[in-house]
Design a protein around this ligand. Structure first.
Ligand code: SAH
Length: 365
């Protein structure tokens, strides 16, 4: 895929039904061939909304004093939820939170990972739950420690690869260079690496999104999670508004399909933010080449405290309700769920195998 081809795909308007059908068809074909049609679950626990950063777009950023219910779930609550996840057949878990880098927090996460890996081992999951972390920018040493504890995937969105735009949506202390170096550290410390961007940010162009996709490819990432940018009323970006809903939805879906065509064998998530735009948003993402979705397991009592953007869906629901609902949604588009599996992307498996092969070659010489 060239930059020009990506731009053409991203520019397809929601009114051009024949171009849309063609795009969905191409994306589905590549997905089926490269990663299969099963949808993999990653149960997500948003275990703390305490954050030391101040991203201008985010509802839980440090200086949003309107979030009065800052919480961190207890170890027991998190472990119980993780075990529910394993018993429900979701082979993989995401631990996500606001950003903290203090030693107490890191030790807490380390302990969580070890305990979850040990306690979730069963006949169905001989290696326990797969664990993905989403706890933001950390020191390389920290990434290393957490990998040694048993986490094997990490999500860190680049948000945008355009330097000027990155600067506009973050305080000066957060830089694109730092984010890129974190992604490199994650790769170096052995994780399967996921990244992504927000789509439809004020000031973002189609060209920038095409460059984002080329960046994903150059960074050789294993997973992609992207979603529409949705304004949060208590944020410094509120006055800049957001894209009109229908166009934003189409642009987000075009992005998913374009990523599938450009990076055929990675895992692509159909994210919750799509569902904030339209109730069937996540299913629609799956029909444009996405193969992963993330059921929300965060206890209902704290869900209201983790509103990154306005109109986040399912805040009134429990994890059991989400389980039934999602299954129906996936069946509605004729797909099945890959239960009891980590669901690593073929891209990651190939990369690790290639490294292993080259190491053994070195040894035999
Ligand atoms: N602190 C962690 C995880 C929480 S934020 C981290 O940075 O990785 C997770 C993601 O939510 C962010 O990467 C961002 O892309 C997304 N997000 C935050 N605010 C948003 C908004 N207003 N609209 C859409 N997505 C948003």
């Amino acid at each position: 895929m060239t930059r020009r081809e990506l731009i053409d795909i991203l520019s397809i308007p929601h009114t051009d039904t024949s171009a849309i059908e063609d795009l969905k068809h191409r994306a589905h074909e590549v997905m089926e061939r490269e990663v299969g049609t099963e949808v993999y679950y990653r149960g997500i626990i948003e275990f703390s909304n305490i954050c030391t950063l101040d991203c201008h777009y985010c509802g839980i950023r440090r200086s949003n004093t309107r979030v009065t219910d800052r919480y961190t779930l207890s170890k027991q609550e998190i472990i119980d939820t993780a075990l529910w996840c394993a018993e429900s057949g979701y082979g993989s878990l995401v631990l996500q939170s606001g950003e903290r880098r203090d030693p107490a927090f890191i030790s807490f996460v380390e302990d969580l990972i070890r305990t979850i890996r040990q306690e979730s081992v069963s006949q169905r999951l001989p290696d326990g739950l797969g664990i993905t972390l989403g706890i933001g920018e950390q020191e390389e040493e920290t990434y290393q420690r957490l990998a040694e504890s048993g986490a094997h995937r990490y999500l860190l969105r680049i948000e945008t690869t355009n330097e000027a735009l990155f600067r506009r949506i973050h305080p000066p202390s957060q830089t694109l260079t730092d984010r890129i170096s974190c992604l490199k550290s994650l790769r170096k410390t052995g994780y399967q690496v996921g990244t992504g961007v927000m789509i439809g940010l004020p000031g973002q162009s189609i060209d920038m999104l095409a460059d984002d996709i080329l960046f994903f490819r150059d960074m050789d990432v294993d997973m992609i999670g992207m979603g529409p940018y949705i304004v949060h009323e208590d944020s410094p970006m509120a006055h800049r508004g957001m894209m009109e809903k229908e166009s934003l939805m189409q642009l987000s879906l075009n992005m998913i399909a374009a990523v599938r065509l450009a990076l055929p064998d990675v895992n692509i998530a159909s994210t919750t933010a799509l569902q904030a735009l339209y109730p069937d948003g996540r299913e629609r993402g799956l029909t444009y080449g996405a193969n992963v979705t993330m059921p929300n397991l965060t206890p209902q009592s704290v869900r209201k405290g983790y509103q990154l953007y306005q109109g986040k869906p399912c805040v009134e629901e429990s994890k059991t309700e989400c389980r039934g609902c999602l299954r129906g949604r996936i069946a509605s588009i004729g797909r099945t769920v890959g239960f009891d599996a980590w669901g690593d992307s073929p891209h990651a498996l190939r990369r690790t195998r290639a490294r292993h092969d080259s190491l053994s070659r070195t040894v035999s010489f």
